[in-house]
Structures are given as C-alpha cells and as structure tokens.
Design a binder for this molecule. Sequence first.
Ligand SMILES: [Mn+2]
Length: 327
Amino acid sequence: MTTSINLITPPGELLELIESARRPLLIAHIAPDGDAIGSLLAAGILLHYLGKEPLLACQDRVPVTLRFLPFQDQIKSDVRDFDPDVVIAVDSSDPSRMGAIYDPDRFYQAPLVVIDHHVTNVHFGDINWVEPSCCAAAEMIYYLMRALDVTPTKELASCLLTGLVTDTRGFRTANTTARVVGIASKLMEAGAPLNRITENALNSRSYDLISLWGRVLGTVQRDGGIISVSNERAMREDLNGIIRADGVVSFILGAYAAKVAVVLTELPEGKIECSFRARPGSDVATIALQLGGGGHPLASGCTVEGTLPDVRQQVFALLRETNAWAE
Ligand SMILES: [Mn+2]
C-alpha cells in the first residue's frame, strides 16, 4: 500500500517568481535553529537543482550541532558582492529576524518573499506564504519541492528532515500530525538518516552548556502554574561565551504543576530575553506579541529592555492577566 500525503499548494505567484528567478538570495533568521538552517539548505539545494544560482545567508554562525548537514559551510554572513533578483526569507516572522543580511536600500528592486509557519508572522514581504498549520518551515519547503515536481536527493531530504525533527523536538510537539510523520517517512525513504539527525541536532551538547543548565536549574521556582528559571550574566563568566541554556524551557515545562514555562536570559548588552513554552490549552503567543516578540501559542519569545527583576515582574503580571490559572 502506498500512502499519499495531503499536500499544501504554494501560492501561484510564488511558484512563478521562483521559476523566473536567476539569482535568489535565501535568508535564515538570526540565532538560527535546525528549522532555519534545514529550510535554508533545502531551499538552496532545490533552487540549485532547478538551474538557479542561489546564495544562502545567515547573519549568525551555524550551530555546532548542525554542522553535519551538507553544504552548511557554504552559508555566507556577508552578501555585499551579491546582486539578487529575488530575496526569500525562511522561518522568519518579522523583518528584524533577517538581521544584518537584509539591506532594504540595496535590495529594493528584488521582490521579498516570506516563507514561514509562525502564527505571529507580520507579512513583511511582497509575497507572503505563511502556514501556521505547518510544524516547521521545512514542511513548507517540502510542499514547495513537490509543487515544483522535484524528487528529493538524500541531501535535500536530510535538510528537510532536520527541520521537522528540531521544530517538533523529535516528533513530540502537539503539532506533529500524521501528515508530518508521513512526510518524515518519505524523507527517510529518500535516504535521510533520522537517527543521525536526532543524535546530532537534538541529543548533542557541550559540557559548558550542561554546566550552564546546572546553574540555571538552581534558580527554578514555581508560582501557581508558572515554572521559571533565570539565566544571569554572572553565571556564565567562565563558560566560553555561551549565552542561552538551550532546551531548559521545554524541560522545566515537564513539571506536573506547570502550565507555562519561562526562561529569563540576561543578554550581554543588558536586555532580557524571555522564552515561553505552554502546555496545550494555554497561550504564550499573546504575551510575547505584547512585549514586542512573536511565536506560536505553545512556544514564543521576546526581548525586553530592563533589569532581570523588573522584567520578571512585568512578565508575571502579564501572565496572570491573560491566564486565570496563573493566580
Ligand atoms: Mn521553524
């Protein structure tokens, strides 16, 4: 028995623009994750296969855990010599996510295409393909690939599966539908190594990161349904420039009593980065949006000016306002 997948069709004007493009500039968001890099590389391989000359760009370096991906060493952080005829932003909910790569003065003649799955996307492109029902931007690149009638190579399939695996934390999030698992199965048939991807992208971390987890978890506290930790600058002085305690926010949400998990990270410049996760039934997209950030109902974030105690107070007040259980 062959299973068929209910495909989502990209907008016709997007397909036409891609077919006519010669030199697309593809941009992944700052502080890239597995979906940003996986979608960027997959889109790049796809466009290259179609005879285009794409340039792949990201302001920040590819995380060590994703350096097993094919062609990741070809991602540029400087695009000054490139003159694109179309710019495509992947997995980015607002223009600031493109960081220093996107220069509106230089690229004003090139249409800007947005391919994203965040419900908070502000539709900042000339063409906006936004599918909040998709678990990852990589799922959308899969539909794009199918719409363009391309059969995935092992490399393309590996990049797409990395996006699916990381944004669903190993097919465990609430938006992991049968369709997503069906796509993952097709990508494995094309040669994508699920176990290798999971081990690299989800299960590998530095000793410094584990040390930071230890210190950050030492601050854990529970207030009603809110479980929270703080990641202070002083905790990280001996940790070789590591900033974020990646993965902690999902881990602490596992507390039986938790409805919402909050990680407050003091950034080097003194601002506070807030990461939110919620169990199904609660919503943290609203609070992130109110504080100038974005994301999904169950996973969101923002960066706020102020000291850690002040931002904590502000965040907790907003959470109590928007969620009755938080009392
Ligand atoms: Mn994503």
